[in-house]
Design a protein around this ligand. Sequence first.
Ligand code: FAD
Length: 385
Amino acid sequence: MTTNNDIQTVIVVGGGLVGSLCAIFMAKRGYHVTVFEYREDIRCAQLLRGRSINMSLSNRGRRALSAVGLENLIIGNAIPMKGRLLHDLEGKTKSVAYDPTTGQCIYSISRNYLNRTLLTELENHSNVKIFFHHRLISANFDDETITVLNLKSQEVETHSADLIIGADGAYSTLRRFMQQTPLFEFSQTYIKHGYLELKIPPKNGHKMLPNHLHIWPRGEFMMIALPNQDKSWTVTLFMPFVNFKILKNSHQLIQFFKVTFPDAVQLIGEELLVSDFFKVKPSPLVSIKCNPYHVGRKFLIVGDAAHAMVPFYGQGMNAGFEDCFILDDILYANKNDIGSSVEEFSKKRTEDAFAICDLAMYNYVEMRDLVTRRSYHLRKLLDEV
Ligand code: FAD
């Protein structure tokens, strides 16, 4: 057993939500931590990057934040959502509490705020170095090294550490190299729905019942809205790609919304609806499973790199945060023996992560059909108006 009291070195690839939290856990263990992040520092970025503007934070994620002393700060900047508010076709609404007995709720939190807070907390540790504009390009499991491209100098650097963690998201480079190792299992599924983000501006935000996750379930389509601190709401439309393609101009779009989400048209406003809808292309949604999460005695993947899931269960980030908590717990129990810890992490985590991915896929159908089993066919709707 390689148990040691020497200071361990850790490389975390990816300074997103899971990578930055994982690095905090490792720094708190006293390890020397180096983070390589492909993009610029989100705190200096002009434009918001990332896949969703706000996210739901649940107990699974809160437990991990609590373990590093950040739960109260984060929750203080989040908005509680006590239940779902279902919008029907006539604009009538129905509130369904998440937990009527204990009043437990989930929270809406800005992705940008969360990532900034985690990076700032990470930087407070003297045993941490963060390198932005550094992209992992390859991993060599024989000599236990990785190569990283410094995007500013264009230099290729080779690095090693006692533990190398890939938190580099659903399209993980580290996982791509793991996939070439014997017996590594991998599967990915794209669903036929894409998503696009819209916005209810602050001036209309007060017309929405607060402290709820709003849902417009329409069979084939679904729209949800989560609150932001500035009183605006981020609206996400989920729809099959083929249907996005049918909506080619503003007239078709507004007619479609008037029939399908009538109350939302007024809340978003026709002008903003048209400009936001046609500004970007809808994004794909992927579910990824693999097994194991480690290679050899020092390479490990966590977060979306290990188990990306469709967002309908609101647990992707939460499960990634839980990974960090569990990894830290295992390292503690194994007295910092990294080799046996990465193996144990894989054994403990894969089954649960598969189950969460499956639940997310199940909720993909469940949420769209919350109110009615009737399916709404876009072509027909457009013909009717
Ligand atoms: P990412 O957020 O993808 O971060 C990966 C980081 O690695 C990035 O910073 C990237 O720049 C960096 N990187 C990538 N490649 C390299 C490389 N080669 N070298 C160096 N750095 C690299 N989850 C929830 O829990 N609640 C929600 O409400 C929720 N809503 C969602 C809504 C939508 C529409 C979507 C698509 C997802 C949602 N999720 C939600 C899931 C959540 O977004 C992800 O689970 C979460 O972002 C995963 O974090 P991560 O750090 O593992 O990956």
